[in-house]
Design a protein around this ligand. Structure first.
Ligand SMILES: [Zn+2]
Length: 442
């Protein structure tokens, strides 16, 4: 059992004093930020909820139990808008032979066909959720590979997991299949049925340049409108500037006057467009109200990889330009220990640290922590998460780091995670638990 550095008072009512929290994530009276965008506050916790947030030192010291955080950064529990729980942790039985995108695609497909039974998917999903929970995540959107027999296997397991994890991690899912399958009416009916029976009102697929792209997107948008679904796409995960399916999605959204939420993931090739093309596409994305999630760790692993040649590009989309145009932007985990990304642990503190380095989120606006908290919470429709506010559950991540340089220099392995005001056991599951599933080969 490990609960991190903080000794939380045993009382149901206590104060956390001298906490530093990003101004973009905290709501309270008269808060002012330092040059890191952090506000020094005292938080009162009562019966598992945040009762009040005041500038530090406002209240007279009193006899009640309190923990002085001595300026340590406090975050809300975090929100992961893009992961693949169904692919997670298959690496030992199915590696990516060369670290390329095609290597990932082919090897995941082979492993899925051979090994993804209910038992296998359930065990790996649960493992991933335990990692995410222990690191301090409160909500997760996973994608579910949705082709052929897998539809009937994975979606019922997802529904079981959502129920089992309710109250600890809010789980939601979006289907994943190649856009060309949208042209197959039987396939679309099967996925729509699965989402209606087991899903969360979210529909989606992977988009790339096929001759019938506009027509296929029309089918996806019509399906979403008929069923009241939001949309979530994997978009242009390539360095080929000819890949402009993001523009097609924006045009389809405008054409259909779509009023649901749309999240576009990856959008890598946007960063390699000629400036005038990039500006035009970004303007359409903004007009269509599409939010964009970048997956910095996975993109840097897969993109611009060409055996033996040193990569020249970090693989990420034009996130600063999107943000400047008013597009809602965020970052997320993506894959964990599977052929799309050999590493990862669904730790959003790691994602923020690496995302800040890869995307150079530092030396600019200080609201970047919103990208793993408020922004994904908004697109996922869980507005009570990713924010520290009076009346909300005291779901917090406490650290010893007093500013962003201390925060990003170390992995914050000694952090304390509170759920409803109580410190959780942060012990991570042991990989050995999955060994019995890894002996099979595809
Ligand atoms: Zn993904």
């Amino acid at each position: 059992m490990t609960t991190g550095f903080a000794a939380i008072p045993a009382s149901t009512s206590y104060r956390l004093t001298n906490a530093r929290s990003p101004l973009c994530l905290i709501e309270g009276a008269d808060l002012a930020a330092d040059r890191d965008g952090l506000a020094l506050v005292d938080l009162r916790v009562e019966d598992g909820r945040i009762a009040s947030i005041l500038p530090a030192g406002t209240e007279a010291p009193e006899g009640g139990p309190r923990l002085d955080l001595d300026g340590g950064i406090v975050l809300p529990r975090l929100v992961d808008a893009h992961v693949h729980l169904d692919k997670g942790h298959i690496w030992p039985r199915r590696r990516n032979p060369d670290g390329t995108f095609m290597g990932a695609l082919e090897n995941v497909m082979a492993d899925r066909e051979a090994n993804w039974t209910s038992e296998d998917v359930r065990a790996r999903m649960d493992f991933g959720l335990r990692c995410a929970f222990a690191h301090g995540t409160s909500a997760v959107r996973t994608h579910i590979d949705s082709l052929g027999k897998q539809i009937g296997i994975s979606w019922p397991v997802l529904a079981e997991m959502r129920a089992e994890w309710a109250g600890r991690v809010a789980l939601q899912a979006s289907p994943l299949f190649g856009i060309q399958f949208a042209l197959d009416a039987e396939h679309m009916q099967a996925v729509t049925r699965a989402v209606k029976a087991h899903g969360d009102g979210i529909f989606g697929c992977v988009t790339y340049m096929i001759p019938e792209l506009a027509e296929a997107l029309d089918i996806v948008f019509r399906t979403a409108i008929e069923n009241g679904f939001d949309l979530d796409f994997h978009v242009d995960e390539t360095n080929d500037p000819a890949a402009r399916s993001l523009e097609y999605i924006a045009e389809a959204a405008l054409r259909h006057r779509f009023t649901g939420k749309i999240l576009a993931g990856h959008c890598c090739s946007l960063a390699v467009q000629a400036p005038q093309d990039e500006a035009r596409i970004i303007a359409k994305v903004g007009q269509a109200g599409i939010a964009v999630v970048s997956l910095p760790m996975c993109n840097m692993y897969l993109q611009d990889r060409d055996g033996g040649r040193t990569p020249r590009w970090r693989g990420v989309t034009a996130l600063h330009e999107l943000k400047a145009a008013g597009v809602a932007v965020m970052i997320a985990s993506d894959n964990t220990r599977d052929p799309f990304y050999a590493y990862g642990d669904l730790d959003l503190v790691e994602v923020l640290r690496e995302g800040t380095r890869i995307l150079q989120l530092d030396h600019g606006p200080t609201d970047f922590a919103a990208m793993i908290a408020r922004a994904p919470a908004a697109i996922m429709g869980v507005a009570d998460k990713g924010v520290v506010a009076p009346g909300l559950s005291a779901d917090l991540i406490l650290t010893r780091a007093r500013d962003w340089t201390e925060f990003f220099a170390r992995p914050q392995a000694d952090r304390t995670v509170l759920v409803a005001g109580k410190a959780i056991d942060r012990t991570l599951p042991d990989y050995r638990e999955l060994d019995h599933l890894m002996s099979k080969s595809a």
